[in-house]
Ligand binder design. Sequence first.
Ligand SMILES: *[C@@H]1O[C@H](CO)[C@@H](O)[C@H](O)[C@H]1NC(C)=O
Length: 393
Amino acid sequence: MIWPRNSCLRLLLLLYILFSCQLGSAYDIVRDYSGSTFFDRWNFFGNWDNLTLGDVWWLSKADAFAQGLTYVNSAGNAIMKVDNMHNVVSGQKRNSVRITSQDIYDVGSLWIIDLKHIPFGCSVWPAFWTKGYQDQWPVGGEIDIIEAINLMPNNQMALHTTPGCNHVPEAQQYQSGATTQTDCSLSSGCTVLELKENSLYTGLAAAGGGVWATQFDVSGIFIWFWSRPNVPASISATTASTGVDLSDWGPPSASYPATSCNIPEYFSAQNLVLDITLCGQWAGLSNLYFPSCGSGTGTCYADSVVGPGSNFNDAYFEISYIRAYTTGAPAPTPNALVSISTSAPTGLPTSLLAPSKPTASSLFFPGSAEGRQANMMLAIAAILLVGFFNLWL
Ligand SMILES: *[C@@H]1O[C@H](CO)[C@@H](O)[C@H](O)[C@H]1NC(C)=O
């Protein structure tokens, strides 16, 4: 009389255990950049912006800290900013910061950045992006996760590659953003405009910040954005040492499926980059600068960079954390982190090649497809278990 009830309870318990396995992490954490150690594992550029020809001098680490352009604030968030304290005379550049991760991350990685504030203002061009760690650009690829100029209200995402990697029009229906360029080898890259509100400008901070996640997978590259009120519970619940699950993320803002871009062919292991430049080859283009910022004197530089620093009071990142994850691999141990510094060009600092075990299970919604597959397997296991218990009893 008691036994069947007991077995039912046992069965429920077993099912509960089985289904709670599904809540386990799809991705294991491999690196947390946050708080007082945020700036520990980055290289500072230490030269003027000779890349986009912006009107900034990207300081060395020592100078950036000495001048207060990088620090950790009382809330424990990392601040990285443009100099807003000094007058710049014509001919000089303004000080700013560009940092590149010493760690590199291969296909099979996922990155999450949580921002409280994003730089904006006339001439301001912030970016959080990744680039192939040792190749001659654009060999090795580039993933632009956050990029904006001047007073743009909506973030723009992009991939940059050598010819042959495209953003298929069909991908449009699997993303919430708007595809604006499909050939990733064009100078603009294959761009997708964020359509969700408060991804940039004053809106981001006003909403309490926002979170971006980027999945760098053999099945494609997928970028999500959530304004603070919409950040999924699976992400809000993460800590510096826990993994993360994609099953409640919904469709990405930008979806670049591998069907029209063979990811490992166009993308090598990536460095993360965070920088702020001024004017240069995008923000400084007169057809883009003048409509949003207006002026009398004639150039982005003369109008915005020269003069007092007050134009740059909002030109700062406030970063709660950047975290890097890897899929399918066992929990990270020092042994699981493969140093590639021996095969890398000289000068490459201690580096981390996140173990890659890409999933081939999915095309457009890797997270949810994985989730569906896991659900199906669990359902089959549950049916078998029920059958087994019925026979046994
Ligand atoms: C730009 O500056 C960096 C850092 O000093 C240097 O390594 C690189 O060679 C320069 N690139 C160009 C194109 O001048």
